[in-house]
Design a binder for this molecule. Structure first.
Ligand code: NAD
Length: 262
């Protein structure tokens, strides 16, 4: 019988986090390392990765960084080969890198921008799954968490590429969960709401009226910290969530409840 502590401990586990150079991915990298994991932290932004590495220095586990564009198949394949060569296994993958893209009505949305958002947010998750699953099968199985968004459940005006990509992440998650549930691999997703990452905070400072409106529309009356979202992803990756397959965990301060306050 394992204890609760053991079930949320990642000592001896190898973890991959993408988008690890900022925001939610950085907090997840630090959270897994704090729980004893060897974390492979991947991001296209090497400077962000270096900052994550510095922040991880005193933690129980360890972090190795790799500059990777997750929308490029050769680079994702290379990343998984590197992890196998270095560690010989993969227990957890958090496919989290993503971009928002511009805000335009569909008739004005530049097609190249639409493709770019789909490549970075959706094709990246497909590529991650494609190369993570075989390595997990060669290890002892594992857990994969993909970052979707509340935009996987809603239709935010101006955000066609983003919403399409995140609905796609939800679909891919369910297919991957179906294909792998009996093979010892759990696949789930998180749907964060408004999360106060450095970029969101900077935008809020530039447009405080909009930020105030957005916060008021959230039942919890505040955005999430990146660590609150990372904690949900870490829990979903852990043995404490051992019977969750194909689940979309909404972490949004109540944003998508959809009722009315009295
Ligand atoms: P962030 O901008 O702080 O972090 C995203 C990271 O992804 C950055 O470090 C960036 O360099 C990296 N990245 C971008 N393109 C990449 C590529 N091609 N290859 C590798 N890395 C790449 O933002 P965040 O809020 O932490 O975003 C993490 C995830 O959370 C994204 O998928 C985002 O869509 C999702 N999300 C965020 C919010 C929010 O309010 N912040 C809400 C819902 C969902």
């Amino acid at each position: 019988m394992t204890t609760y502590t053991e079930r949320s401990d990642f000592s001896g586990k190898t973890v991959l986090v993408t988008g690890a150079g900022s925001g939610i991915g950085r907090e997840a990298t630090l959270g897994f390392a704090r729980r004893g994991a060897l974390v492979f932290a991947a991001d296209v932004n090497s400077e962000g990765l270096n900052q994550t590495l510095v922040l991880s220095e005193a933690l129980a586990g360890s972090v190795r960084t790799k500059q990777v564009d997750v929308s490029k198949e050769a680079q994702v394949a290379g990343l998984l080969s590197y992890i196998e060569a270095e560690s010989g296994r993969l227990d957890v993958a958090f496919n989290n890198a993503g971009i928002t893209g511009g805000a335009y009505r569909i008739e004005d949305y530049p097609t190249d921008d639409f493709t770019r958002v789909l490549d970075i947010n959706l094709k990246s998750v497909f590529l991650g799954l494609k190369y993570e699953v075989p390595l997990m099968l060669r290890s002892d199985g594992g857990s994969i968490v993909n970052t979707a968004s509340v935009a996987a459940l809603t239709g935010p005006g101006g955000m066609s590429a983003y919403a399409a990509s995140k609905h796609g992440v939800h679909g891919l998650t369910r297919v991957a969960a179906m294909e792998n549930a009996a093979r010892g691999i759990r696949v789930n997703a998180i749907a964060p709401g408004w999360t106060e990452t450095p970029m969101v905070v900077a935008n809020s400072q530039q447009n405080p009226a909009f930020a105030e409106l957005a916060r008021k529309a959230i039942p919890a009356k505040r955005g999430a910290t990146p660590a609150e979202i990372a904690d949900a992803a870490i829990w979903l990756s852990s043995a404490e969530a051992s019977y969750l397959h194909g689940h979309l965990l909404v972490v949004d301060g109540g944003m998508t409840i959809g009722g009315f306050e009295i």
